[in-house]
Design a protein around this ligand. Structure first.
Ligand code: GLN
Length: 190
C-alpha cells in the first residue's frame, strides 16, 4: 500500500516524516499521474483557499474527487479537513471542497486571540492523551449522524471519521507523535 501526501502547498513534509517513521513508503502528489500511484492520501494543513486553487490549476481536483467518491482513504488535517468538509463557513466564495464527510467547519473559527494554541486531548482508541497543535484552525460547528467523533476539545469535535475519511482540525504531524497516522493506517488496512 502506497500512501500519498498532497504536496501542492502547506505542511506536507512533516506528514511524510511521520509516515516514514512508521516504515511507510510515501509519494508526494502534485499531478493526476502521481495520484494514480497511491492507495490513500494525506491532505495537510496550509491554506485551504490556496490549496483549492492549486487543485484546480493542477487538474487534480476532479480525479481526486472521483478517487474519494470511489472510497480511497483520506486523512485531512486543518486545511485538509476544510477541503474534505461538506460545508465550509467563512470560506472564500470560489473555494471548493470534496464534501467527503458530513461536517460544517468554520475557517479560522477559534478566533483571532487564540488563533494558535496547543493542548492535550483524549482520543478514542489511544491510551495516552495526544498533544494537539491548532494553527488558525477550522472549528467544527456541526457533524452529521454518520460521523464518528474521536476527540473533542471543550465540547467541540476536533478529530472525526466517516468510514475511511478522517479529519483533524489540528496538526498531528508537528509533534513527532505518529500515533494518529498509525491509527489511520491501521483502520484502513482492516
Ligand atoms: N486557516 C487555514 C485555512 O483556512 C487553515 C490553517 C491550517 O491549515 N493550519 O485554510
Amino acid at each position: 500500500m502506497r500512501i500519498g501526501v498532497l504536496a501542492l502547498q502547506g505542511a506536507f513534509a512533516k506528514h511524510e516524516a511521520a509516515l516514514s517513521s512508521l516504515g511507510e513508503a510515501t509519494l508526494q502528489v502534485r499531478t493526476p499521474a502521481q495520484l494514480a500511484e497511491v492507495d490513500a492520501l494525506v491532505m495537510p494543513g496550509g491554506e485551504s483557499t490556496t490549496m483549492s486553487r492549486l487543485l484546480v490549476t493542477s487538474e487534480l481536483f476532479e480525479p481526486l474527487h472521483e478517487r474519494i467518491a470511489e472510497g480511497m482513504p483520506v486523512f485531512g488535517t486543518c486545511a485538509g479537513m476544510i477541503l474534505l468538509a461538506t460545508d465550509v463557513l467563512d470560506g472564500r466564495p470560489d473555494q471548493r471542497s470534496f464534501a467527503a464527510i458530513d461536517i460544517a467547519v468554520r475557517r479560522n473559527g477559534y478566533g483571532r486571540q487564540i488563533d494558535s494554541f496547543e493542548t492535550d486531548i483524549a482520543v478514542d482508541g489511544l491510551d495516552e492523551p495526544f498533544h494537539a497543535v491548532f494553527i488558525r484552525a477550522p472549528r467544527v460547528e456541526s457533524v452529521g449522524v454518520d460521523v464518528e467523533v474521536l476527540a473533542e476539545h471543550e465540547g467541540v469535535p476536533v478529530l472525526a471519521r466517516h468510514g475511511v475519511v478522517f479529519v483533524a482540525s489540528f496538526h498531528p504531524e508537528l509533534t513527532g507523535d505518529a500515533r494518529l497516522h498509525a491509527a489511520f493506517l491501521q483502520s484502513i488496512r482492516r
